[in-house]
Design a binder for this molecule. Structure first.
Ligand SMILES: NC(=O)c1ccc[n+]([C@@H]2O[C@H](COP(=O)([O-])OP(=O)(O)OC[C@H]3O[C@@H](n4cnc5c(N)ncnc54)[C@H](OP(=O)(O)O)[C@@H]3O)[C@@H](O)[C@H]2O)c1
Length: 280
């Protein structure tokens, strides 16, 4: 069984981003509302990595009590600021703030998380300028390890907005490392394993720690485990540990998909800069 490590892929992407940032001034603004501990950790990683590759990284840390109108006013200000290349609003937002309305306020050319409905629409049409970071990182991982998806049957387990849905769109588009026959499963799928047992590649993005079992695979399938959970002090994925015996290749957790998310986000900042330059 081959382990598909994310770090070499992420390092390759980050070298390209660094080279681009040497030629062009790039700035990433991150809005963090409240003190959700995992979000603070993720945001710090993004800020540190952005600075490391030569981008200006700016944090707007707002209190949990921030009103929707204040948050929208900040987004408007960053939309209008030509020094800002890209921005993200770290999710989840605290309680009453309506996520969809907030995400829709980000200018699509600065939406480096790729979550604005306009950008998801372009993705659905096969015309995306960039894609949400975690699913795009998975495509980069497949490319790096020469795992061809064309003509393959891929089952994505989980139709979440951040991972499953955009990944299913990416893998089924007419493009290199697309062209797969893609099935998207969720909690209402009537016989999940009937689908996954036929798949050449299974992507598990269900948010269930150590859940997906080896019986759900055809022998020798390739498994991409997107899950990331802290259980009894350990970082674990969405697949059962015995999946390692049934799969021919597997992304480890930690160290698989995880390192790719930040690298792909920073790559999106470069793509946003290119798109903004073209739009001028
Ligand atoms: N590595 C990284 O950098 C990274 C980044 C983002 C997310 N993640 C991880 O990726 C996973 C998915 O994230 P997400 O934000 O997309 O999650 P999400 O929005 O909560 O979506 C989870 C999806 O899984 C489906 N699901 C849950 N239990 C299932 C079951 N027993 N059988 C079939 N489908 C099931 C749900 O179905 P319904 O729609 O029917 O409810 C839902 O569509 C999480 O483990 C998260 O921690 C990792």
């Amino acid at each position: 069984m081959r382990l598909l490590y994310g770090n070499p892929v992420a390092q390759q992407i980050l070298r390209e981003v660094e080279a681009y940032a040497r030629q062009h001034p790039l700035r990433l603004d991150i809005i963090l509302v409240g003190n959700h501990e995992p979000s603070r950790i993720y945001v710090n990683r993004k800020l540190q990595q952005a600075s490391k590759v030569g981008m200006q990284a700016v944090l707007h840390h707002l209190p949990e009590t921030t009103s929707a109108s204040d948050l929208l006013a900040l987004i408007d200000q960053l939309n209008a600021d030509s020094a800002v290349t890209g921005m993200i609003v770290q999710l989840p937002l605290p309680g009453p703030l309506e996520q969809e309305m907030i995400l829709e306020r980000i200018h699509p050319l600065k939406d480096v998380d790729g979550l604005h409905p306009y950008n998801i629409g372009l993705l659905a049409l096969g015309r995306a300028r960039w894609a949400p970071a975690t699913p795009w990182g998975i495509v980069e991982l497949l490319k790096y390890y020469s795992i061809v998806t064309e003509g393959k049957h891929v089952v994505v387990v989980g139709r979440g907005r951040l991972v499953g849905t955009p990944l299913a769109l990416l893998l089924s588009r007419a493009a290199p490392y697309g062209n797969a026959t893609t099935t998207l499963c969720h909690t209402r799928t009537s016989d999940l394993y009937e689908h996954t047992q036929k798949a050449d590649i299974v992507v598990v993005a269900a948010g269930q720690p150590r859940w997906f079992p080896p019986e759900g695979l055809k022998p020798g399938a390739i498994v991409i485990d997107v899950g990331i959970h802290r259980v009894e002090g350990q970082i674990v994925g969405d697949t059962h540990p015995e999946v390692a015996q049934a799969a021919s290749a597997l992304t480890p957790v930690p160290g698989g998909v995880g390192p790719l998310t930040v690298a792909a986000l920073l790559q999106n900042v470069c793509k946003a800069h290119q798109a903004q330059t073209l739009a001028q």
